[in-house]
Design a binder for this molecule. Structure first.
Ligand SMILES: [Fe+2]
Ligand SMILES: [Fe+2]
Length: 438
């Protein structure tokens, strides 16, 4: 028995470490023994295979489930975590990009209504999506959600962290997912984690279970990349180790180095905390800048879209605190240095105090307003158009990023050989500054 006792303890603890199938989670989710099996919180979950779309949903009572699409069915994987709600995830396979899919889900024999979505065709010439951060459930957040639903041309939503602000209260997640269901059943939401996804008593477990199935490897959940028409997007975690030598750092380095710019001329990195922010509440995340800015600059990252500070700010192309290019008439040529965006305006109360004077790298900033941003890729002109929308219907800021050099610029920036010379001295200065900071 002395030998068996530790083994028994290990066997009992194992399901706690990784929530498995419903049969193994009796101790974890006793509240799911009874309750309605009606599907709720239904949302699409993108995979790295355009022909496969996952759908995740919840039910109060535990049961097995299935998805039905295009005359086919597939059984769900059923799981839970330390919360009285059962979750189901099923895969729709054999999808043809660009062709609409009609689907519905069931758990315990209770069916949802029918939904439609169109898998994104990465070869398309046009693509548009909404980017938000710092959402929650305030009335302003609801306004943003309604605007997302109303924008029937948007093909996706990205969120740069601080999603529901559950902070340990799991019913907040339930309500948040139910409120987003109208958009999340028709277009995928793709997320990077924020500090509020690291919850007291739960850590990242609610995020892991609700945005993906259980049992995925860490790197698949917290840092990953996807190719969309014209744009390679990286979703990284500022909430996990990103320092040189870390798993995430190595992954980022190889991912950014392997982008084929002929296929995806633009590269966007999503992460929660900003490298550049002139808001006095949090401000620039210097540690992040020291660790990753050179990698972003040398690999030609075009946009870095962050949140965390609850205001809107756009930088000029900047490297090592130095403005590299100021563009012309709201247009920027690709390849000088990343433009950093802080878009923590999707609903959480605004952080009012700003650093004064406004730093040179800060091209536009605004507090006390709420909203979302919209990005449109145009393959025919090889442009990426960015617009900052306020919930009152007005536009706060906009710019266009283009592959072609600006007429007034004789060189092509870091992506073109002539421009590289202009940025080398700045990189050298930046390298020296980084060494001093260390
Ligand atoms: Fe936030
Ligand atoms: Fe945050």
């Amino acid at each position: 028995m002395r030998v068996l006792a530790p083994l028994l303890v290990l066997m009992l603890l194992a399901p706690l470490a990784h929530a498995q199938s419903l049969g193994e989670t009796l101790q974890e989710c006793p509240g799911t023994l009874t309750g309605s099996t009606q599907p709720q919180q239904i949302h699409l979950q993108m995979t790295d295979d355009a022909s496969v779309m996952n759908v995740v949903w919840a039910s109060e009572g535990r049961s097995t489930g299935e998805v039905e699409w295009n005359g086919q069915t597939a059984a769900s994987t059923d799981f839970c975590y330390n919360h009285d709600m059962a979750f189901h995830m099923a895969s729709m396979t054999g999808l043809v990009p660009g062709e609409e899919v009609t689907y519905r889900v069931s758990s315990g024999g209770d069916w949802s209504g029918e939904f439609n979505f169109t898998p994104i065709d990465s070869m398309d010439d046009h693509f548009q999506w909404i980017a938000i951060a710092d959402h929650g459930d305030s009335s302003e957040a609801m306004d943003v959600s309604e605007s997302i639903i109303a924008d029937t041309a948007a093909q996706m939503v990205t969120i740069s962290g601080d999603i529901a602000y559950a902070d340990g209260e799991q019913s907040t997640w339930d309500n948040w997912f139910n409120f987003q269901q109208d958009s999340m059943t028709s277009i995928p939401w793709v997320a990077a984690v924020g500090n509020h996804e690291n919850e007291p008593g739960y850590e990242f477990s609610p995020y892991e279970h609700r945005f993906d199935s259980d049992g995925q490897s860490e790197s698949e959940i917290f840092w990953y990349s996807r190719d969309f028409p014209g744009v390679h997007m990286v979703f990284m975690s500022t909430e996990h180790d990103y320092s040189e030598g870390s798993t995430q750092y190595s992954w980022l380095a190889q991912d950014l180095a392997s982008v084929n710019r002929d296929v995806t001329p633009f590269v966007i990195v999503y992460g929660h905390k900003p490298m550049y922010s002139s808001n006095s509440y949090h401000g620039s995340e210097v540690e992040l800048r020291v660790a990753l800015e050179t990698m972003y600059v040398t690999n030609g990252v075009d946009l870095v879209i962050a949140g965390h500070d609850h205001f809107y700010e756009r930088t000029f192309p900047v490297a090592g605190d130095t403005v590299v290019d100021t563009g012309k008439d709201g247009r920027f040529a690709r390849g000088y240095a990343p433009i950093h965006l802080v878009i923590g305006i999707a609903g959480r109360s605004s952080y009012e105090e700003l650093d004064e004077p406004q730093p040179e790298w800060s091209a536009f900033r605004e507090n006390s307003s709420y909203g979302w941003t919209k990005l449109k890729y145009h393959g025919d002109t090889k442009e990426l158009a960015f617009t900052h929308h306020r919930i009152d219907g007005t536009i706060g800021d906009e710019f266009i990023l283009q592959v072609a050099p600006l007429a007034s610029n004789s060189d092509g920036g870091i992506m073109g050989i002539p421009g590289f010379g202009t940025i080398l001295p700045i990189l050298a200065m930046f390298g020296a500054a980084v060494r001093r900071l260390r």
